[in-house]
Design a protein around this ligand. Sequence first.
Ligand code: KIV
Length: 264
Amino acid sequence: MSKIRLSTLKQYKAEGKKFVALTSYDASFAQISDEAGIEVLLVGDSLGNVIQGHDSTVPVTIDQMMYHVSAVARGNSSAMIMADMPYMTYTSETAALENATQLMQAGAHIVKLEGGAWLTPIIKRLTECGIPVCGHIGLLPQSVDKLGGYKVQGTDPLGADTLRQDALALQEAGVDLMVMECIPAHLASEITTELGIPTIGIGAGSGTDAQVMVLHDILGLKTRPTPKFVKNFLSEAGSIESAISAYAEAVRNSQFPAAEHCYN
Ligand code: KIV
């Protein structure tokens, strides 16, 4: 398979063709997911939860992210590797540039930052320097203590409008992709239509250009409370390889997420 690049994903959006992202933390699962045709392997700081056993992503460090990014890069051949910038590693342009550089040198193709319009100067600096950036709006797991828990965002008119404005500001600043987490399905669809860049939803309905899920969730590992948007693809598939393929196919056919996985 030819390498997945930003131009590939932008072309998919233009053609109305859905693509698939999945978290990946090690070489073996990266290889299996890449072979299943997953376009984007997200080395998420969710590794703080599912690998390290913390109750949030806050303790994850840049060195730990680099370790997992380099493992995923060794298992991967075609997928785009997206790396989360961990907690407090992008509070200034200088810090963001230094830390994003480390993730790119470890094997990432794009870095992801959580936050709204306040990130504009930081994103401009990264993109000026040639580092591709993915925005992340809606539920921001790194801000869980400020948000008062893992809650759906943008449910009231003011919250929805702020998310719309944030999305436009981040696109204007230069982000190439946009993750939207835990927001009402109709809002995610509207933002997807308004933006020229591809959107990737998680708990954001089926109207986004792509979906992302945490690997452990689609394999039905219930080591932490399971959100409504999660589906266990392993129970019917019978093997890990088939479960990952079933997830990818369900996203491409718009069968996942179904109404029961969405917020209104
Ligand atoms: O860290 C992660 O896995 C993520 C997804 C929830 C989008 O950021």
